[in-house]
Write a protein that binds this ligand. Structure first.
Ligand code: TRP
Length: 434
């Protein structure tokens, strides 16, 4: 007998889980440092325009395709046309690879939560971070622990696992974020931080920024591995997809902006450059926390917040591949979870070690971690997104109505989907390869 497909127990649960997927390291770790690099407010402006009018399209399409065709990405492409199954497999490969570097960062977060909770706090975080990563055991073990934590919930199932975890973690996350952002606003650098974020300097505009903003928007909305298809497939019939997409975009962007409001005042108060880059969160910020009152509490709350954001996204990353194994390959959830654990650890371990023992092992001149990040963010995700846009625009055009509705605005989005998005996405792909 075929099992009944699970459904979200309520619309709100779906929104919370989808926001949980979207809101992640992308918002709190990646967004501020890319914004810092790209000149602040002007980047925010470009980003807002792109996410609201361009990235809403693939997001709605993924959700609508999932809702109409019901299934994991491979099953869905198979239903549309068996010849297109290859794109389902591409989604699966991407969803296997992203957690393998994402969870390494998750492991660092666990480590920082631990030191601020109970350990002695290091005096020099640049040195500490280097020593941590040259250790062959601790970061690997923490990466695997993070994997297990994220895997438990999809393993338990949709309603009792994924929904419950999100319903508990996301509200705590939001409260913590608001408290920290409020605290940051009381610091002396608040005015400068806010100006950096909200007062655009048009002379800093460049075309590279558009590409970075697009890539960031696609990543943060969790587009391009088929998870939004899977989450969409658990939706009830009467849900308005475009409205849901905008709700998701609204909350995701709100969190990214709040993360900026939390981070930039701290950065400016201490006179470090907002361009500090990827190590901002693990080196510069903790270093600054040392100079602020209530270091331990402040830093612990900050890393716990990061932890919740990363776990709720981790859950969705794993559900993407788990749903393929359990539905398309007809494995039990238990077997599928074991397979996910083995595959992810096999790739995540060398990714973690690429900061220490394996730092000399390079693929195309990149460490293994960087290679995973590059190949998924710059190649596989844009490729999968291009595929679903072309398929939706040209092969199953009826999906447009489900995705966008039937008014004038829907017509514009439909036009963009068919003619403009494939071009933009291919451009992202080609320029990203440089
Ligand atoms: N959106 C998450 C973030 O911003 C990361 C993420 C979760 C993701 N699921 C995804 C990215 C699926 C791409 C595809 O951190």
């Amino acid at each position: 007998m075929e099992n009944k497909r699970p459904e979200w127990s309520s619309y709100i649960s779906f929104i919370i889980a989808a926001v949980g997927s979207a809101v992640g390291l992308g918002n709190i770790w990646r967004f501020p440092y890319i914004m810092g690099k790209c000149g602040g407010a002007i980047f925010l402006l470009v980003y807002l325009l792109l996410i609201a009018f361009i990235c809403v399209i693939p997001l709605s399409v993924e959700l609508a395709v999932g809702k109409s065709y019901k299934g994991d990405p491979i099953t869905i492409y198979d239903k549309i046309n068996p010849k297109l199954k290859i794109f389902g497999y591409l989604c699966l490969i991407t969803s296997i690879l992203i957690p393998c570097f994402y969870f390494v960062v998750g492991g660092w977060i666990l480590n920082y939560m631990w030191i601020f909770l109970v350990n002695s706090i290091p005096a020099d975080f640049a040195q500490y971070f280097g020593t941590l990563n040259s250790n062959p055991i601790i970061p690997v073990a923490l990466t695997l622990i993070f994997l297990l934590i994220s895997l438990v919930f999809p393993f338990i199932g949709l309603n009792k696992g994924i929904e419950k975890a999100n319903n508990i973690m996301m509200p705590i996350f939001v409260v913590m974020l608001i408290i920290l952002a409020g605290y940051a606003l009381t610091l002396p650098g608040a005015k400068e931080g806010l100006e950096f974020m909200f007062k655009p300097d048009f002379s800093k505009f460049n075309s590279e920024m558009i590409l970075l903003a697009l890539g960031q928007a696609l990543f943060t909305l969790s587009i391009g591995i088929g998870i939004m298809m899977t989450y969409g497939s658990y939706l009830k019939k009467d849900v308005n997809i475009l409205k849901s997409s905008y709700t998701l975009i609204f909350f995701d962007t709100l969190v990214a902006v709040l993360a900026g409001i939390m981070i930039f005042p701290i950065v400016f108060t201490n006179g470090i450059e907002p361009t500090a880059g990827a190590t901002l969160v693990f080196i510069s910020l903790p270093q600054i926390f040392l100079t602020l009152p209530f270091t331990r509490i402040l830093a612990f709350v900050f890393f716990t917040l990061l932890f919740f954001a990363a776990v709720t996204s981790g859950i969705s990353l794993l559900e993407a591949s788990l749903s393929c194994y359990s539905e398309y390959f007809k494995m039990t959830r238990k077997k599928a979870a074991v397979l996910v654990f083995i595959l992810t650890s096999a790739i995540a371990i060398p990714a973690s070690l690429s900061f220490g023992m394996l730092s000399d092992f390079k693929i195309l001149g990149k460490t293994f971690f960087d290679f995973l990040d590059f190949s998924t963010s710059n190649i596989l995700m844009p490729l999968c997104t291009t595929a679903i846009c072309i398929v939706a625009g040209w092969i199953i055009p009826h999906i447009k109505q489900e995705a966008f509705g039937i008014n004038f605005y829907a017509k514009i989005l439909g036009f963009l989907l068919k003619y403009i998005l494939p071009v933009i996405l291919l451009l992202v792909l080609i320029l990203g390869l440089r």
